[in-house]
Ligand binder design. Structure first.
Ligand SMILES: *Cc1c(COP(=O)(O)O)cnc(C)c1O
Length: 401
């Protein structure tokens, strides 16, 4: 057996089978490239679902992490530490908000947003205990906890995990009228992805998010934007909602916030909203730890330059231009997305998304399929134009009969 086969066989024997990874075993990575245990190189066109926006082994992020490793890594929130205030202040400033509540994973931040909106509803709208409702969209992806999958419409993510947490209304994504009808006096929040990543990089109709903003303001309902995957540079702006000129009441952030080094997530909002908490009401042992804060502070500093947003915008224009040309050839049915992020629906006669992903892997390009014959393209924002073009050449080759 090869080293690859050995590693995969032991993983199959000793890890739960809750994933179906492509059959390669990564050993090292740098920038947009990964190298497997056999020494083969692959162009990473997935970037950890945006967790690796700044690439693998980013020098600035590694230096920040290394320096912090030597000082202090974990205190718990039982004590203050000297990176915490800067992290909260600078993240709030990046978001144009007042306050931050740090967590670790995306799902925890979504849970935090749900708890915050409910508490805000009870305290400011005077709702009867247990009656708060949150409106979400069909085909959403907000994480894997029991509450979060309770409002998923994906049977794979939900089945056999009940009983489900009540208090959610599901409406079609992009349908403002359906949302208007779903909002009642008990609604405390609307929770949406600005672009639905897992669903296949679905971009809502122009004006939808602005309509959601107007409607939620009118009805005194919080607009929660899950920018965990769409935010922090991916679409060519710091936040995907900026394309619509929209500012939500609450950002939910994760993935790229940890720079591909550590898990860092956060809810960012106004003092009115995050001000609902008193000591003991919510928390996390690891949330806002010194190592997380040090890495995230460097991420924030990098985003403040605008350099990565600009790269994502320029390379994204190029990516979408090239994908449109491919679509003209018939193998591609539809291309969606924004910035350096695309969902590509392949004509099923060329294979399932999984088969296309495997063929691309054989040519040294890594992508991820979703829902049948869709592949997602989201390389690190640090990818060179030459590498991106080479990756697109491989896609073109796979889609030529
Ligand atoms: C990845 C993701 C999450 C969940 O984040 P985890 O860190 O995997 O828990 C939530 N929302 C969106 C939009 C995501 O892309």
């Amino acid at each position: 057996m090869s080293r690859t086969e050995q590693a995969i066989a032991s993983a199959d024997a000793h890890s739960a089978h809750n994933y179906h990874p492509l059959p390669l075993v990564v050993a090292t990575a740098e920038g947009a490239w990964m190298t497997d245990v056999e020494g083969r190189r692959y162009l990473d066109m997935l970037a950890g679902y945006s967790a690796l926006n700044f690439g693998h082994g980013n020098r600035r992020l590694l230096d920040a992490a290394r320096a912090q490793l030597e000082r202090v890594t974990l205190t718990s929130r039982a004590f203050h530490h000297d990176r915490f205030a800067d992290f909260c202040t600078q993240l709030a400033e990046l978001c144009g908000m007042d306050m931050v509540l740090p967590m670790n994973t995306g799902a925890e931040a979504v849970e935090t947003a749900v708890k915050t909106a409910r508490k805000w509803g009870y305290q400011t709208k005077g709702l009867l205990d247990g009656t708060a409702k949150i409106v979400v969209a069909a085909d959403n992806f907000h994480g894997r906890t029991t509450t979060v999958i309770s409002f998923s419409t994906d049977q794979e993510a939900r089945a056999d995990f009940g009983p489900y947490t009540p208090g959610f209304e599901i409406v079609p994504y992009g349908d403002l009228e359906a949302l208007r009808e779903a909002i009642t006096d008990n609604t405390v929040a609307v929770l949406l992805e600005p672009i639905q990543g897992e669903a296949g990089v679905l971009v809502p109709p122009a004006g939808y998010m602005a309509g959601v903003r107007e409607l939620t303001r009118e009805r005194n309902v919080l607009f929660i934007a899950d920018e965990i995957q769409s935010g922090l540079g991916r679409t060519g702006k710091t936040f995907a909602l900026e394309h619509e000129g929209v500012v939500p009441d609450m950002y939910v952030l994760g993935k790229a916030l940890g720079g591909g080094v550590v898990p860092v997530s956060a809810v960012v909002s106004s003092a009115d909203v995050l001000g609902v908490y008193k000591p003991g009401e919510h928390g996390s042992t690891f949330g806002g730890n010194p190592l997380a804060c040090a890495v995230a502070l460097e991420v924030i500093a990098m985003l403040r330059t605008g350099e990565f947003q600009e790269r994502a915008a320029d390379l994204g224009d190029h990516l979408h231009r090239e994908l449109k040309l491919l679509a003209g050839g018939g193998a591609v049915r539809e291309v969606r997305g924004r910035g350096l992020w695309a969902g590509v629906d392949i004509d099923p006669s060329f294979g399932t998304g999984r088969e296309i992903s495997e063929k691309l892997m054989d040519r040294g390009v890594l992508v991820k399929d979703t829902h049948g014959s869709t592949i997602r393209i989201a390389p690190p924002l640090v990818i060179s134009k030459e590498d991106l073009d080479w990756g697109l050449d491989q896609l073109r080759a796979v889609l030529t009969k």
